[in-house]
Design a protein around this ligand. Sequence first.
Ligand code: B3K
Ligand code: ZN
Length: 868
Amino acid sequence: MNIAANPVVEADQTVYLKDYQKPTFEVLSIDLDISVFDDHTQVKSKLLMKRQAVGDLVLLGRDLELKSIHLNDQALSQADYQLDAEKLVISNAPDAVTLEITVVIHPETNTMLEGLYKAGDLYVTQNEPEGFRKITYYPDRPDVLSVFTTRVEADKKYPVLLANGNLLETGEAENGRHYAIWQDPTKKPSYLFACVIGDLAVLKDHYVTSEGRNVALEIYAIEKDIPKCHIAMQALKHSMQWDEEHYGRPYDLDNYMIVAVSQFNMGAMENKGLNIFNTSCVLADEEYTTDAAIMRVQSVIAHEYFHNWTGNRITCRDWFQLCLKEGLTVFRDQSFSEDLQSAAVQRIDDVAVLKAHQFPEDAGPLSHPPRPDHFVEINNFYTATVYEKGAEINRMMSTLLGKEKFRKGTDEYFRRHDGQAVTVEDWVAALTAGSGVDLSAFLKWYNQPGTPKLEAQGEYDQATQTYRLTFKQSLKAHAKYPNLQAVPIPVALALFNAKTGEQYTLHSESLFENAVKDGVYLFDQAEASIEFTGVSEKPVVSLLRNFSAPVNLQFNYSDEELAFLLKYETNGFNQWQATQTLLERILLEGHDAKVYLDAIQQTLPFVISKDPLLASRLFDVPTEGYLGSRIDENYQPEIVHEARETLLESLARGLGDFCKETYLALDPVAQKDFSQAMGVRALKNIMLSMMARQGDPEAFDLATAQYNETGNMSERLGALRVLVWNDAPQAKEVLQDFYNRFKDEPLSLDQWFMLQAAHPNAGPETIQYLTNHVDYDLGTPNRIRSVSGGLNANPVNAWGFGIQHFIDLAKYLDEKNPIVGSRLLQVLTRWYTLAEPKRSAVKAQLEGLKSEVKSKNVVETLNSMLNV
Ligand code: B3K
Ligand code: ZN
């Protein structure tokens, strides 16, 4: 079936950036009155509007039962407006308009978790990007900013009634009901509107800003989860202070509320003064959640808080500009997290995500620029490219400018645009004006798809003691974006003396001084070279330190040079990168593992004592999924699996007694901070699984003891994983024990589901057992993701019996929750790289799915996926 024949997504549903038009009316204020009943909700609104351009008055609305509409006190009849499934249009409206609208909606049956919906007994909203139009008719676009006053009314079985801003009034309503009136003094777009109605407990604290404002901080959750909210509260206070210190941005309201919800499509939402969070991104407690989850909670709390300035006070003109707020806010939360733990490891983890998700996305049929120029369904563009590559662009500009100038640039951005809805161009222009450095070339990064290939070559001349580096950049042709241009690539680099391991400081007449500032060379042409003089010995060059640009670097390192960098590089990220390149060569090109093993054994004792978390990452063996994403045709997951297993066997053998010695010697309790303790726990878990691989008869006993004796989830889960994945005799019993301990703790139980779905030998019956389990719930995205995410951890399974699981889910969610359905389906994006006959089989399955799905979300994704 082709696109035109599909009844739902037709070509004219595509929205183009070039068609942007200013809204015809501004909304001076909106009064909302939301009354919740068991079987429906009534929403009354009063909009004061003023014309600002010629044209129709357009209100957007979806799935609303329109009860009445008045314009300047006159009731309108159907003849006075045009109404379709997406909008209500009033032609020839006067220049000043008061609109009063009553609609009825049904949050109690809203399974899409968008707009106002009921999650268990809790009513919550999710309005970004286009959920508000499911609450009432409104110019639901980010460039319409207004002052919101909200009255919320409900039965008293829901004691908590929240909306954005300040609480003005509470009181009794008819029939034993009650109400609260909230007013948000800051103008905001409708996607930042939120309300919450339910029965929740609250953790309270406060923070005094640098301006002396005393801000009440409140985290709402179900009673038993309140003790798990302390880490989030600390992280919130820390974020508030961090944004004052690093960006000069104090908080602007008298309260900041966070609400934890167990049914949520993504991580969290930055609604003004009233964030709504997936429980997985706010609840943190070492007994119930892993170290990684605790880190994530802190970074998401920071991310949503930072949106208050980058996103809320300054918002996006239109949704094409999404990366303006997301890319910048991710960059800010990554920088914040670098202060919380080993900075090198934070960078490693962020780059690992970029390479595992964004690079493959950008290499395949879903590739798009960080700022796309067209879309069908904007929800499909909350992508790794918009978020992660968007963050990298900001990082590059910040690397180039250095701290001080970057701060001058951001100061100028806040000065110029506070209270406005702006574009990527506005951001780059403000950075340029503030810093005094022309950054306009970076706009190319925002407007082009694809990961640039950066080829570098080094040449040393002993006679003249010079070292010449030549760079070349290129981008793969893209049908929709034909005019690809060379981009500015900041290359952070260092030269090391190959004999001594010392880093060269190059003397003044060296070109290093001219072309390379603070160790960063800005390569902004298709081809260029630089020359370093005074290089007394053949050097080893370390390129792209800290991953200074999101490019695919190709440099002809020898294995020995990589081992050298592992030992001598002082940049932790590049040490890790050296191990990854070495391991990838062993895995994909059949190189000998010995060089890696020798180097790691020599380096580790020192790294363990300095930064155990970094030490644990030096054992990262690229996942099968990542390795698969590096193969563009004839991909056979089984072959990658075999190669990786062989490598793990030889690492286990090669490391010998080192594993048990390290396991027994390390003690997380003896560490000086969380980062170090987390590192020690990670290392111990790696050593334990190596011991199991070695067939060490003590491995399972040590794992069982670790499982039983700890009160820490990373330790408990690490031990459980070793026992279950190796089918230890104790496996069944501990799995049952884990279930009994945590059956009332959904986030911990998610781990139980995931761990089983990720069993390397899981089969269709495992997935069937899990999805038929009484605790499996298709209405809870976290639970769906725990099984599908676990399954996806083993490409052999995912691309085998797992395909049907993803197809069935997409079909089901297409109707019930298309945002999540579309996202899950993307797991199959790289079907076209598979070797035949699998390639054709999966293609046929995807084509079959196409005739059965209707949502814009799933249809657009499927169309793009099949367009290879
Ligand atoms: N801005 C929200 C994401 C909304 C996603 C809508 N599908 C969370 C965030 O990035 O902070
Ligand atoms: Zn965000």
